[in-house]
Design a protein around this ligand. Structure first.
Ligand code: F6P
Length: 529
């Protein structure tokens, strides 16, 4: 599938990205695209017109359009679980009728959204709740936790906290200082069986009861499993349900977003949905070369599957997007980190890349050394807003933006040995010492990066960004032949953790465990664990 692209890469590695700018005065415009006010610039990569054409051909060869129509039209594209994939319907509650197995879905989506809105308004205006604690993990945590931080300037509801880790330290430290009578717990779990979430939920309930609170009133549930919710003791009118056609890591557009809605209010939440819907519309209509999710996906495929760069760094120059890399780790690696194709055969290419990153400028003072001078190439994806939310601190934002642009420029240009020599000579060095010192100051450059830039991080823009990455993962998955919507790879660890629980607690012996695991358990017991 990548034969032609690999052939083109043989030529691409021999030329520098800068040369592409020298050869084409309009490269910046020709290798960037817009979606609404948002601009995606991929001109600082090795992609030229021929490579782009071969990349967009992949979309046709893999029938991305057909799969896309199937997804939006309620086809069962999650074939290993026999499910439709309809998170997009959550951000389009007023769309045309949508039928799944003969049932119309939009009315139910609207009804749940209205119930969320009423509940959220009550909490925001009722004066009885100061703090909201979302208890969930993975998709039931990463999305809303990231979003609440991203949209902090719009936060005018009660304080929001997020507890995910089964490590007792997380809930312990979160509850410190909270009032057990004035805290709402939102137990967010698609399955309502996830051990971390249920353990934390029970601890929270004990805390409320011990503190004289009202567990009935102070607990809400977000789940697909009404039976488990009832068993836990949360009343039906405090439960917000969704269906199995919403994957966990794609779920913050519906009930899993309740904590976000309480934080920013229903109107801003609607704006978030509208941003996601705008990206859906763009994704369904723009030709591939002008299609932002498709081009983001194809840039990723070029760098990973064709050029062979094993990781991708996501570098938001926005402190409030500092949880975006963690969110994208789940979105991308849980979706496309698979070695078996949809039809059960071995994948013919490498799976999705390792995704990592950190907010700028912090990352610059940590790992950018390796990005600039390490032996491997790390394609970098920058995100930045033209303006911040703090007009009085405009100079901070200008510095932030300057740093972002400087990094992509430095990655591309680098610094050749001659320039490094001149600089060392200007400091008075000569001979062997000049040569030695100069070599340490060489930047190879020619390192690819993309920049996603938008006017300001509003709920609408944030919705666009998240839907963009969701569709990028979709396009990548279709081209690679992966089912992006299951996650069997997390099961084995969960099963073994369940069987190890009683062993660690000392209720069962470690017999039958491998020598290493048995020795680690023995160490824990010997040390009071
Ligand atoms: O560990 C994997 C996973 O199943 C994720 O896909 C999911 O987002 C997370 O666990 C939490 O699951 P739940 O919402 O059912 O508690």
């Amino acid at each position: 599938m990548f034969t032609e692209l690999k052939r083109l890469n043989v030529a691409a590695v021999k030329r520098r990205i800068e040369t592409l700018f020298e050869e084409d005065a309009n490269r910046a415009a020709g290798f960037s695209l817009s979606c609404g006010d948002m601009l995606f610039d991929y001109s600082k990569t090795g992609i030229d017109a021929e490579v782009r054409a071969a990349l967009t051909d992949l979309c046709d060869l893999s029938d991305v359009a057909g799969r896309r129509a199937a997804m939006f039209g309620a086809g069962v594209i999650n074939e290993t679980e026999g499910r439709a994939v309809l998170h997009t319907a959550l951000r389009d509650p007023d769309g045309d009728d949508l039928l799944l197995d003969g049932t119309e879905l939009r009315a139910g989506i609207r009804e749940t959204l209205d119930r969320m809105r009423r509940f959220s308004d009550d909490i925001r205006t009722g004066g009885q709740i100061d703090d909201v604690v979302n208890i969930g993990i993975g998709g039931s945590d990463l999305g809303p936790a990231m979003a609440a931080l991203a949209l902090a300037p719009f936060h005018d509801g009660p304080r929001c906290h997020f507890v995910s880790n089964v490590d007792g330290a997380h809930i312990h430290d979160t509850l410190k200082g909270l009032d057990p009578q004035r805290t709402l717990f939102i137990v967010a779990s698609k399955t309502f069986t996830t051990i971390e979430t249920m353990t934390n939920a029970r601890t929270a309930r004990d805390w409320v009861v011990a503190g004289g609170g009202d567990a009935g009133r102070q607990f809400a549930a977000l789940s697909t499993a009404s039976d488990h919710v009832a068993e836990f003791g949360i009343a039906a009118d405090q439960m917000f349900g969704f269906e199995d056609w919403v994957g966990g890591r794609y779920s913050m557009w519906g009930p899993i977003g309740l904590s976000l809605m309480i934080a920013i209010g229903g109107e801003d939440f609607d704006q978030f949905l509208a941003g996601g819907k705008a990206m859906d519309d763009h994704f369904q209509t723009a030709p591939w070369a002008q299609n932002l999710p498709a081009m983001l996906a194809l840039t990723g495929i070029w760098h990973h599957q064709v050029c062979g760069h094993p990781t991708r760094a996501v570098l938001p120059y926005d402190q409030r997007l500092s949880r975006l890399p963690a969110y994208l780790q789940q979105l991308e690696m849980e979706s496309n980190g698979k070695s078996v194709a949809m039809d059960g055969s071995d994948l013919e290419c490498v799976s999705g890349p390792v995704v990592w990153g950190e907010a700028g400028t912090n990352g610059q003072h940590a790992f950018y050394q390796l990005i600039h001078q390490g032996t491997g190439v790390v394609p970098c994806e920058f995100l930045v807003a033209a303006r911040g939310h703090e007009p009085a601190l405009k100079h901070h934002h200008q510095l932030l933006v300057a740093n972002c642009l400087a990094q992509s420029e430095a990655l591309m240009r680098g610094r050749p040995l001659e320039v490094a020599r001149e600089r060392m000579a200007a400091q008075g060095l000569e001979g062997g010492e000049l040569e030695r010192q100069a070599r340490h100051r060489v930047f190879p450059g020619n390192r690819p990066s993309t920049t996603l830039i938008y006017p300001q991080l509003t709920p609408f823009v944030f919705g666009q960004i998240i839907a963009l990455y969701e569709h990028r993962v979709f396009v990548e998955g279709v081209i690679l032949g992966i089912n992006s919507y299951d996650q069997w790879g997390v099961e084995l660890g969960k099963e073994l953790a369940t069987s190890l629980g009683p062993v660690v607690a000392g209720d069962e012996s470690a017999e039958g465990k491998d020598g290493s695991t048995a020795a680690l358990v023995a160490y824990i017991h010997a040390n009071g664990g």
